[in-house]
Design a protein around this ligand. Structure first.
Ligand SMILES: *[C@@H]1O[C@H](CO)[C@@H](O)[C@H](O)[C@H]1NC(C)=O
Ligand SMILES: *[C@@H]1O[C@H](CO)[C@@H](O)[C@H](O)[C@H]1NC(C)=O
Ligand SMILES: *[C@@H]1O[C@H](CO)[C@@H](O)[C@H](O)[C@H]1NC(C)=O
Ligand SMILES: *[C@@H]1O[C@H](CO)[C@@H](O)[C@H](O)[C@H]1NC(C)=O
Ligand SMILES: *[C@@H]1O[C@H](CO)[C@@H](O)[C@H](O)[C@H]1NC(C)=O
Ligand SMILES: *[C@@H]1O[C@H](CO)[C@@H](O)[C@H](O)[C@H]1NC(C)=O
Length: 407
């Protein structure tokens, strides 16, 4: 694949001649920093807009291609191909995105394909897709937000995996058992989680020779995904835990932004200096809920990120109006970005078949059934990140499959 075929995707960046490619590389090596409620890249405000692509480190949606491909049948876990990872970077770029939020770049515990199949046992093979994703994000000029712990008990592991490792016999079905708070309060578990984070952040990526802690491609580390206590929506994540994890992350990676992954804005966490960004999720999109969150946040000089929202809102329904939702995000000075839930691509190297996922929120770039919303998403990303308006009759940029791995 020739470089030139990719250029239309990058029309508004300065990749037109060899001299500016170096400049792009330099920008990719700069960290995203925060000044009050503004994120900054290269002395200019920067917005974090893009997709949730939860499967970059480990997937559950594709059958193994051959008997020798690593596969964990009980949860259907497989590693995504390099081609799938690269294609999704090209798609997010084509949509005008600047970043991706991806659970399995950081959450990977408890099955034989995980980073930690068992406590303190690192499975080096699990780093391969993560290394490739971090490298390809850099190639495409995208940044990554990486959650560390999942609140639930899915194929990639999370809170319950650590609880079971510490001898608490709980599954996601026992989410209301008060013992789940041992995850945050028990020193044995907290120390185990900190060792896991150290293994992740000090891993050196062979494609870049940078550790994940060093590589500014990973611009943000999030405590976790939708973290709660024993009552749904209680936001009961102890302040002490948020602070301890934040200090640990910033101790290893001082230039990363730290995101509070509590499911909602818990004002007791305003006391934690380490937190750079607060966030919430929206199913369906809700301007009322967004306004409440921003109002809660009005007493603190920190920005807001809408980490997940269902993209199925449509212009014919006033209560899940995607257009109105995007205008609201664009108009709020505290909002530094958002990532819709969730993006899939082709089953590369099979470029004729899209990967399907069963939660009803699978967006596929190039699927005609999703084109109307994809157009709104692209208009929103470009508006947020560049302040530019895209005409309604624009043809969506095409993305080759397989997508080029280098430029
Ligand atoms: C941070 O923002 C404030 C005002 O919002 C501005 O006065 C200051 O110069 C900024 N600092 C940096 C380092 O950009
Ligand atoms: C913490 O968990 C360990 C098991 O890993 C257990 O022995 C200990 O009693 C727990 N601590 C508290 C305070 O419950
Ligand atoms: C764990 O709990 C389940 C029921 O929830 C029970 O069937 C199982 O025997 C328990 N395992 C241990 C090791 O206690
Ligand atoms: C990484 O470092 C090793 C050892 O210095 C070197 O051989 C290799 O070429 C480097 N790789 C990259 C991508 O810079
Ligand atoms: C917020 O976090 C604190 C722990 O710091 C917890 O006690 C409280 O239940 C949480 N939820 C709300 C709504 O404040
Ligand atoms: C959706 O929001 C847009 C922008 O505010 C508005 O123009 C449109 O009328 C809304 N659609 C419905 C059905 O409410």
């Amino acid at each position: 694949m020739k470089l030139l075929t990719l250029l239309p995707l990058l029309a508004s960046t300065s990749l037109a001649c060899a001299g500016t490619i170096k400049q792009q590389d330099d920008i990719r090596s700069l960290p995203i920093t925060r000044n009050g409620t503004t994120l900054i890249l290269n002395k200019k405000p920067w917005k974090a807009v893009g997709a949730n692509v939860y499967w970059l480190g480990l997937d559950e949606n594709v059958s193994p291609r051959s008997p020798d491909q690593p596969y964990y049948a009980p949860t259907k876990a497989t590693y995504p191909t390099q081609g799938r990872i690269t294609e999704i970077m090209a798609v997010v770029k084509a949509m005008g995105g600047t970043m991706i939020r991806s659970h399995t770049l950081g959450i990977s515990v408890g099955n034989p394909l995980s980073l930690w199949p068992a406590p303190d046992q690192t499975n080096e093979a699990a780093f391969a897709p993560i290394d490739w994703a971090v490298y390809q994000a850099r190639v495409y000029g995208l940044r990554l937000m990486v959650p560390l712990i999942d609140n639930f008990d899915y194929y990639h592991g999370g809170k319950y995996t650590f609880l079971r490792w510490a001898g608490f016999n709980l599954t996601g079905k026992e989410s209301s058992n008060p013992q789940v708070q041992q995850f945050y309060n028990n020193k044995t578990i907290v120390n185990m989680v900190k060792r896991y984070i150290s293994v992740l952040l000090t891993h050196k990526n062979p494609y870049t020779n940078l550790t994940y802690a060093e590589d500014p491609t990973i611009f943000a580390i999030e405590t976790g995904n939708e973290l709660n206590g024993p009552v749904w929506g209680d936001m009961n994540v102890p302040t002490k835990w948020v602070r301890e994890i934040g200090q640990h992350v910033k101790g290893l990676a001082p230039r990363k932004l730290f995101v509070d992954g509590t499911y909602g804005v818990n004002r007791t966490h305003f006391a934690v200096d380490e937190v750079d960004i607060f966030s919430n999720h929206y199913y369906p999109v809700s301007i009322d809920k967004l306004k409440k969150d921003l109002n809660t946040l009005s007493t603190v000089d920190k920005p807001y990120f809408a980490g997940e929202y269902g993209w199925l809102g449509n212009a014919a329904s006033a209560d899940a109006n995607l257009t109105a939702w995007f205008r609201e995000l664009e108009a709020s000075p505290k909002v530094i970005g958002d990532t819709f839930w969730s993006l899939f691509g082709h089953n590369v190297p099979d470029c004729d078949t899209f990967v399907e996922h069963s939660d009803g929120f699978t967006m596929q770039y190039g699927n005609p059934a999703h084109a109307a919303q994809i157009k709104l998403v692209r208009q929103h990303f470009v508006k947020m990140s560049k302040g530019l308006s895209i005409a309604d009759d624009e043809t969506l940029p095409s993305v080759p499959c397989p997508a080029p791995t280098a430029r």
